[in-house]
Design a protein around this ligand. Structure first.
Ligand SMILES: *Cc1c(COP(=O)(O)O)cnc(C)c1O
Length: 373
């Protein structure tokens, strides 16, 4: 068996491929003596708004603060309920708790995204907002979610952290809601060399308020209009991201090709994953399959030198931190069942075709050998 370890992520390899053009950019920033705010960050925001097809973008220090600042700017407060799925990265829920509001979970569909019918069931007189999460880089059914929001007069904050460049019904991820919140964490498709994130919106007043909130509530050097956060993206990260944005289309298309290779090799009787939809683009932040005997398969792959990941093994409503919300096992059966069956396979843009084939063939062998029984 091939003993070369196939990594789930390989950021060192990414740097090796990029250092020739990134090092001068980094040196220029360091030499400039200007590290926070200014033109470079503004240029990044302008480019992001173009890419997401929104009027405005605000660069921030993380995807988590993009969610917190959105909730804050939209006036969500103590006593308000926000509906969100229980199978996201913890930040979707923790941002709601952070602002003092109450997260209310709604179960998901087979494709791991929030189920619009379950959203309707979760609505109470206290519901103020819906926070759908475009998990894996696949946009939720935003047509239905926007209809619900309109009918019940709810705010929509998209957790688009995993879905830059994704499309639903011809429209860009992040452009549907009052705000779209993105992360540029090192593990995302558009990644900084540290923490980062941004908000996109079509509302000028929201954009202005978020720009104030990210900078201590200052309106100028000396006047604080409201107590707020320090959530700015720094110039170094904005400059690195500007360079990496030039390659975003390529990164996405390589991930899509990799997904296509997996799809063509898998035995559909044993491996399932969300199917492509018309007029939509999935960008594969993760490539997630659902299988029986997931843990044994993961072990088998590990022994074969193939790293995998699980996003996420413990649903948020079952986390120790969520105890006060009063949920229990069995409350969200689709999400809970998926948490035992999902497996994220290596999909990153620096993998070779033969490496993808090696993973896919190992999985087919495991499943067809009857190892699954
Ligand atoms: C990564 C991620 C976040 C948080 O982003 P950070 O930049 O790490 O703060 C929030 N939600 C989802 C779904 C994510 O994947």
């Amino acid at each position: 068996m091939d003993k070369h370890i196939l990594k789930y992520v390989d950021l060192a390899k990414q740097w090796e491929n990029e250092k020739e053009f990134l090092l001068p950019v980094i040196e220029e920033v360091l030499a400039s003596g200007s590290y926070i705010g200014g033109e470079k960050v503004f240029d990044f925001e302008t480019r992001i708004a173009e890419i997401c097809k929104t009027k405005f973008a605000v660069a921030l220090n993380s995807g988590t603060d993009a969610l917190v600042c959105s909730l804050h700017a939209l006036g969500i407060k103590r006593g308000d309920e926000v509906i969100t799925p229980p199978n996201s990265f913890v930040a979707s829920t923790s941002s709601i708790v952070h602002i003092g509001a109450t997260p209310v979970f709604a179960d998901v569909l087979e494709d791991q995204n929030i189920d619009p019918n379950r959203i309707i069931e979760a609505i109470t007189p206290k519901t103020k907002a819906i926070m759908p999460v475009h998990l894996t880089g696949r946009v939720c059914e935003m047509n239905k979610i926007l209809d619900i929001a309109k009918e019940y007069n709810l705010i929509v904050i998209e957790d688009a952290a995993q879905s830059i460049g994704s499309v639903f019904n011809g429209e860009m991820s992040g452009s549907f809601g009052h705000t779209g919140c993105f992360s540029t964490h090192p593990l995302k498709n558009l990644n900084a060399c540290g923490d980062g994130g941004f908000i996109v919106t079509n509302s000028e007043s929201l954009c202005d308020r978020i720009k104030k909130l990210r900078n201590h509530g200052l309106v100028n050097r000396n006047i604080v209009e409201e107590f707020a956060h320090v959530s700015r993206m720094d110039v170094l990260q904005a400059s690195i991201l500007m360079e990496r944005l030039k390659k975003l289309d390529e990164v996405i298309s390589v991930r899509q090709e990799n997904a296509g290779i997996y799809d063509s090799i898998f035995d559909k009787d044993f491996v399932s994953r969300p199917q492509p939809r018309e007029n939509c683009v999935d960008t594969f932040h993760t490539y997630v399959i659902q299988v029986d005997n997931r843990d044994r398969l993961r072990d088998y792959l590990k022994k074969a030198g193939i790293e995998t990941a699980i996003h996420y093994p413990i649903p948020i409503h079952l986390q120790p931190a969520a105890k006060f919300l009063g949920y229990k096992r069995g409350d969200f059966p689709v999400c809970e069942r998926q948490s035992e069956r999902i497996l994220s396979l290596p999909i990153h843009q620096n993998l070779q075709t033969n490496e993808i084939e090696r993973v896919a063939n190992a999985i087919n062998t495991f499943l067809q050998d009857g190892s699954r029984d």
